[in-house]
Design a protein around this ligand. Structure first.
Ligand SMILES: [Zn+2]
Length: 151
């Protein structure tokens, strides 16, 4: 009799946990880069959980516990890992860099620098200032375009 109630308590309480996965997965899905998720750790949890599931079905012949473990590792770990992997890979592809050059053309730093020729590789899509003379940096490709237009 006690075993009967414990089985139901186990099954129902485990079922309730799956509702917790919804906000967790939504947070991962809505985050831009999912960089708080460790993909190798999630895949390790999945692998260890899969071994537990095998043990539960082969040694203990317990389909309920096996189903619960499979649910946890597939919904909790594997899907989190796959979504995070996709997002992190996409973020790395988007994060491209380009060369920026100093926009100044005259002498800088009270004449101590006859001409600033700072050229630096930085992440694209942001506005920077020259680390040497503080004039705005411009994308090297943009400078080449305007010089070509002048000719
Ligand atoms: Zn400069």
């Amino acid at each position: 009799m006690v075993e009967h109630y414990l089985t139901y308590t186990y099954g129902i309480s485990q079922l309730l946990i799956f509702f917790v996965y919804a906000p967790h997965l939504l947070t991962v899905i809505r985050s831009e880069r999912a960089d708080a998720i460790s993909v190798p750790a999630q895949l390790s949890f999945f692998t260890i959980g899969a071994i537990s599931a095998l043990y539960m079905i082969v040694v203990n012949k317990d389909p309920l516990a096996t189903t619960v473990i499979c649910g946890h590792i597939i919904i909790g770990n594997l899907s989190t890992a796959l979504i995070a992997f996709y997002k992190q890979r996409k973020a790395n592809l988007v994060m491209d860099t380009q060369f920026f050059i100093c926009s100044s053309t005259d002498a800088r730093n009270n004449g101590l620098l006859p001409r600033c020729d700072t050229r630096i590789e930085l992440r694209s899509g942001y506005a920077y200032n020259c680390p040497t003379c503080s004039a705005p940096l411009i994308a090297e490709a943009a400078r080449e375009k305007t010089e070509r237009a002048k000719r």
